[in-house]
Design a protein around this ligand. Structure first.
Ligand code: PMV
Length: 324
């Protein structure tokens, strides 16, 4: 029996300038470009084993056999990869996360990053980083940013061919840390796929998208110059814009909890006293507090003192997705 197998690891990423809404939902072509940082200490490891004896794909996530939507998304993505090679051999997929899924910690980015790299190798294709990023984008938009290393920009593009992510700075360019304040790690109620679809119903979305080139430039410049205050200002504004859209979409979605807002207020106050820290929040209630690495222990301690903060995970700028 001809069994081919490959294993890859990928890290999730936290967006400083966020992706929200598509021009094509099917191709996951975004309304605006985005900028993120990979998170080294959080990892997804995925093994794809092609097995001609299987009648359909089998997907085990953290040791639990998956059915329904989770299996369908993985099968659809592998079908894209199998299609490139012109084969239809089914696969057994084992995936292991070392962080809570569906909690605003962008588990799908690491998941589809690792699945893409492992799947492409298992079917025996060589692919450039750009093409891996394009392909990962089809599984989950933000996954395209988990392919290159360090600080990453997703170039919006307008077609499947020119929408992909590139590294704009290596992980060691700027020692930042992401202190992730966990306030709730249960499955979120509204997925980002649904959120992207609803975004165009918000009157705020057009303004958010129109202003995106300005925010992208400010963020890129702040990263290049290692200017924390400039980064803080544009990152918090961008996060607030995303949540202004979700709260004014039809139906409205409120990702924040009371403690989410308590943390935002606290972070702003700390920065006013000279602590280089700023918040950003994805499609969930947990808060990513981005800070200079030198103050990460202090920020963690301060976060743990806020009632409702269950735990704080710390991650540093991460490597690219790669074969294990
Ligand atoms: O890649 P998706 O479809 O899970 O969307 C990610 C959306 C945000 O995490 C909220 C923003 C982003 O750019 O990562």
């Amino acid at each position: 029996m001809n069994i081919q197998s490959a294993t890859a690891i990928a890290h999730p990423n936290i967006a400083f300038i966020k992706y929200w809404g598509n021009t094509s939902d099917a191709l996951r072509l975004p309304r605006n470009g985005s900028i993120s940082m990979n998170l080294q200490e959080l990892t997804t490891q995925t093994t794809v084993t092609l097995d001609p004896s299987l009648p359909k794909d089998i997907f085990d996530l953290n040791g639990v056999r998956q059915t329904g939507d989770a299996l369908r998304r993985v099968t659809d993505h592998l079908n894209l990869i199998r299609g490139i090679r012109g084969i239809s051999t089914r696969a057994h997929i084992h995936s292991q996360n070392d962080f809570p899924a569906n909690s605003g910690i962008a588990s799908s980015a690491a998941a589809f990053g690792a699945l893409t790299v492992a799947g492409v190798r298992a079917v025996g294709i060589e692919m450039s980083e750009k093409d891996l990023s394009r392909l990962a984008r089809r599984g989950s938009g933000s996954a395209c940013r988990s392919i290159p290393q360090g600080y990453v920009e997703w170039l919006r593009g307008s077609t499947d061919k020119d929408s992909y992510a590139i590294s704009i700075a290596a992980p060691d360019h700027w020692p930042l840390a992401d202190c992730i304040a966990l306030v709730d790690t249960t499955n979120k109620k509204v997925t980002s796929t649904e959120g992207h679809r609803a975004s165009s119903s918000s009157p705020v979305q057009e303004g958010r998208v129109l202003d995106a080139p300005r925010r992208l430039e400010r963020c890129r410049d702040a990263i290049m110059a290692r200017d924390f205050n400039a980064l803080a200002e544009v990152m918090e504004q961008d996060s607030n814009l995303l949540h202004a859209v979700t709260m004014t979409s039809n139906p409205a979605v409120y990702y924040w909890q009371t403690v989410t807002f308590d943390i935002m207020q606290a972070v702003i106050a700390w920065r006013q006293t000279g602590v280089p820290a700023a918040f950003t929040i994805d499609a969930g209630p947990n808060v990513h507090v981005i800070c200079e690495s030198s103050v990460s222990s202090l920020v963690r301690e301060k976060l743990l003192a806020i009632p409702g903060v269950q735990d704080v995970m710390i991650a540093h700028p991460g490597e690219k997705a790669k074969l294990a």
